[in-house]
Design a protein around this ligand. Structure first.
Ligand code: PMP
Length: 457
């Protein structure tokens, strides 16, 4: 059955009625008239009315290989028939093969612990870090440092690590022991510095936090290579290496959250590989399966893992989840990674970013564009009321641009920090498999939307 024949069997009004009655939507007040997405093909999705949109955010920064990959569906079906489930107290072939494959993508040896979501992967990282210190004679090391504006997930610990107030209000108290420092946000440097005067106060803020919290109380630092959902905040090149050496100095573990930046999004296999640091723990999800099936992983350096084996009988990691490392999800991930490798989608990601850089050059001077930030194929366009004052663009202006893109067939994201009026960053993160004509479409649509904005003033 083709996608359009498939649509014929549905009655939109009936679906909407059931949606209004039964579905609790994510992250939004009840949406009376949601877009019902019915199918996807490559970089495009089709709604129930047959309208096609370029999926400029790959869903939620996750459909890296694009929609409609029959090869993945067939691999999943095949694995379901062979073995739909086994626990990881024992082992199974796809989990073994995938762990080995991830070690080809990472630099140095890592042990792979599987879970279901990015939030889970971060929770696992926190627990491993605490247990590591505990059984190495430093049980008081329990705190984690993260950055304002960061997002690390929805569960109580991962939300504790998150540095965006609006996501936490009404749910506190969260997991304890999470401290936040200012991010490396050069466009609005929290330390009032410029490129010329920068002495990486943002990295030193991490050292200060460790010192003032007490090095004996700090277990780890968690960060994304670039802050993605918090507004595409790209650090200076020396930031991550400096954080690595600060962590080493105080026996603090460096946890790198690659939930978005991993699997080619950054133009390298993993985002941290742009900065030549070796994390102690790497967390990953989304692009691991391109969201064809839920799966996440926490990769733990072999040095760290070994210390779990050297101690007494109770030193194993006491954590289990039913679905983590499901054989079908692992097989999906393996097939997804095969596609990324075969089609060199990591290289393609960098090419897409370069095309954005040159194609969107005319927007650099637009009165409401403060800065365009590109990391691999992920892009943030920071909107302002005026370039001089850098006052963040109003919610109305940002919404108008998002809606104008949608009316022209392009889905974009809107990120930042709504409590402080900073949800002023338009984000794009299209499938890495986007063709030249998809990329041209994105660029042409953005130029047209911003052109109209300029005319209206
Ligand atoms: N870390 C980062 C950087 C994320 O962007 C997200 C999700 N957007 C998460 C963790 C949490 O992942 P999940 O939604 O799969 O729990």
């Amino acid at each position: 059955m083709t996608a359009s024949e498939d649509l014929d069997q549905w009655n939109k009004e009936d679906l909407l009625e059931k949606d209004r009655k039964y579905v609790w939507h994510h992250m939004t007040a009840h949406n009376e008239n949601p877009m019902i997405i019915a199918s996807g093909d490559g970089s495009w999705v089709t709604d129930i009315d047959g309208n096609r949109y370029l999926d400029g955010m790959s869903g939620l920064w996750c459909v890296n290989v694009g929609h409609g990959r029959r090869e993945i569906a067939e691999a999943a079906a095949d694995q379901m028939m062979k073995l739909a489930y086994a626990t990881l107290v024992q082992s199974h072939i796809p989990a073994i093969e995938l762990a080995a494959k991830l070690n080809e993508w990472l630099i140095g040896d890592y042990r792979i612990f599987y879970s279901n979501s990015g939030s889970d992967a971060n929770e696992v990282a926190f627990k491993i870090a605490r247990q590591y210190h505990h059984q190495n004679g430093k049980p008081s090391k329990y705190k984690f440092i993260s950055r304002h504006r960061a997002y690390h997930g929805n569960s109580m610990g991962a939300l504790g690590a998150t540095g965006q107030a609006q996501r936490k209000l009404k749910y506190e108290p969260l997991g304890v022991g999470f401290q936040h420092v200012p991010p490396p946000y050069c466009y609005r440097c929290p330390f009032g510095q410029t490129k010329e005067t920068c002495s990486l106060q943002c990295a030193k803020a991490i050292e200060n936090a460790i010192v003032w919290e007490g090095p004996d109380s700090v277990a780890g630092v968690i960060l994304e290579p670039v802050i993605t959902g918090g507004g595409m905040i790209i650090p200076p090149d020396d930031y991550l290496p400096m954080v690595r050496s600060i962590c080493d100095k105080y026996d603090v573990l460096l946890i790198v959250d690659e939930v978005i930046c991993g699997f080619g999004r950054s133009g390298k296999p993993f985002g941290h590989q742009n900065y030549e640091v070796r994390p102690d723990i790497v967390t990953m999800a989304k692009g691991l399966t391109s969201a064809y099936s839920p799966l996440s992983a926490t990769a733990v350096s072999s040095e760290l893992y070994d210390s779990f084996q050297e101690k007494e009988a109770t030193s194993h990691f006491r954590h289990i989840n039913t679905f983590g490392g499901n054989p079908v999800s692992c097989k999906v991930a393996l097939t997804n990674l095969e596609i990324i490798e075969r089609e060199d989608l990591v290289g393609r990601s960098a090419e897409i970013g370069n095309a954005f850089r040159s194609g969107l050059e005319p927007l650099q001077e637009h009165p409401h564009v403060g800065e365009i930030r590109i990391f691999g194929s992920a892009m943030g366009i920071e909107l302002v009321e005026d370039r001089e004052s850098k006052i963040p663009a109003s919610v109305e202006r940002v919404t108008k641009i998002v809606m104008a893109c949608k009316s022209k067939g392009l889905l974009v994201g809107k990120n930042g920090d709504t409590v402080h009026g900073f949800a002023n960053i338009i984000t794009l993160s299209p499938p890495l498999s986007s063709t030249d004509s998809d990329v041209d479409f994105i660029i042409a649509t953005l130029l047209a939307v911003f052109g109209q904005e300029e005319e209206k003033g």
